[in-house]
Design a protein around this ligand. Structure first.
Ligand SMILES: *Cc1c(COP(=O)(O)O)cnc(C)c1O
Length: 355
């Protein structure tokens, strides 16, 4: 049985991505070689890399003055690279979850970190809104989508300083006003590709001003200058990323994806709110359209393991909640078809009927 893949990450990719990647493993671009064994400097792969960066720019409407780079090391390395390159004296951070807190921890190696607000005391169940970003901060860092807790900032915050954002789990889920940002980064394994490549969009003029020596490999300028070919890039994940981007374009671009994502999320949240067995875990206005977290209602708490078994038998994969929230988490990224969300809703309805 084909499973409905609700995994939080690595996670579902489009059939187009999977099929083209599988075929390139056997024969890449008619070279008679596998994508797994070609030189990253060969003209076929250089073309893949260029098209990938160009399509990111096209899909996200990236203005002039920005570059797209493809790196290794995951989003977690960006927690360090971002302040290494951009933090001169002080940066402002919003603490909205585990990943945000990890970013804060790394930034403290490089200067003063002003945590402008935190929802940690309520287990990150909402996005703080009454905060002031000091105008002398070098940038304001936020996590646009809190993958673990299921909250999301589906807007580009209006503050007095430049924005830096970890968009690992919601990039390409909505249009972004890139001009407000100095840096956006995203590990690929939620909305783009298999694990191994990290997408970075950087304003070139923001670089070279941190006033500290930066090791070559950790300096964004190196990768901008070398067009992501300073060292061997993650060849296969980049190939897969290109397939996903092509599929996004074919679907009509990020505005179309956003509309679908909102629709998928709203039918699932409607069912969570309607079904007597379940309840959501976060403030309604901050609900993520990518990661939908829910738990059993208090009086049905003992049914949690039964629902997990029931859902697994119905082909639902990866819906166990993260240990810091418990219950369930349905990750419904761009590639997730509405039919899979409907299948989950049907499973929830059937389970309710039994109780
Ligand atoms: C998954 C995730 C990360 C961690 O990414 P790695 O590539 O494993 O380092 C960071 N931030 C967010 C928002 C995530 O969802």
């Amino acid at each position: 049985m084909k499973k409905h893949n609700f995994s939080a990450g690595p996670s579902i990719l489009s059939d187009y991505t999977i099929k083209n990647s599988a075929s390139a493993v056997l024969d890449f671009a008619g070279t008679g070689l596998s994508i797994l064994e070609v030189s990253h400097r060969g003209k076929e792969f250089v073309a893949v890399c260029e098209e990938t960066r160009a399509l990111v720019k096209e899909l996200l409407d990236v203005p002039a003055g920005y570059e797209v780079i493809l790196l290794g090391g995951g989003a977690s390395l960006q927690f360090c690279m971002a302040p290494f390159n951009l933090l001169k004296k002080k940066a402002a951070y919003l603490d909205t979850g585990t990943w945000a807190a990890n970013a804060i921890k790394e930034a403290k190696f490089f200067g003063e970190v002003d945590v402008v607000a935190s929802s940690k005391d309520s287990n990150y169940s909402f996005i703080p809104k009454d905060y002031v970003v000091p105008s002398d901060a070098d940038y304001f860092h936020f996590t646009s989508n809190n993958t673990i807790f299921g909250t999301e900032m589906r807007y580009d915050p209006n503050v007095n300083v430049r924005l830096v954002s970890d968009m690992s789990s919601d990039i390409f889920s909505r249009p972004i006003d890139i001009a407000k940002y100095d840096l956006i980064y995203a590990g690929a394994q939620k909305n783009l590709a298999p694990a191994g490549v990290t997408l970075v969009i950087v304003r070139v003029d923001a670089l070279g001003k941190a006033g500290r020596p930066i090791p070559t490999m950790l300096d964004y300028s190196t990768h901008v200058k070398k067009e992501s070919m300073f060292n061997t890039p993650p060849v296969f994940p980049i190939f897969a990323a290109l397939q996903t981007l092509q599929w996004y374009k074919e679907q009509g671009g990020v505005a179309v994806l956003e509309k679908r994502n909102v629709e998928k999320a709203s039918i699932l949240y409607d069912e969570i709110d309607r079904n007597k067995l379940f309840k959501g875990t976060v403030a309604v206005e901050d609900r993520s359209i990518m990661n939908v977290c829910f738990v059993m209602n208090d009086e049905y708490r003992e049914l949690e393991a039964d629902f997990a078994t029931f859902a697994a038998a119905a082909g639902m994969s990866g819906i166990k909640g993260h240990r810091s929230v418990g219950g369930f988490r349905a990750s419904i990224y761009n590639a997730m078809p509405k039919s899979s969300v409907e299948a989950l809703i049907e499973t929830m309805k059937q389970f309710e009927k039994q109780h």
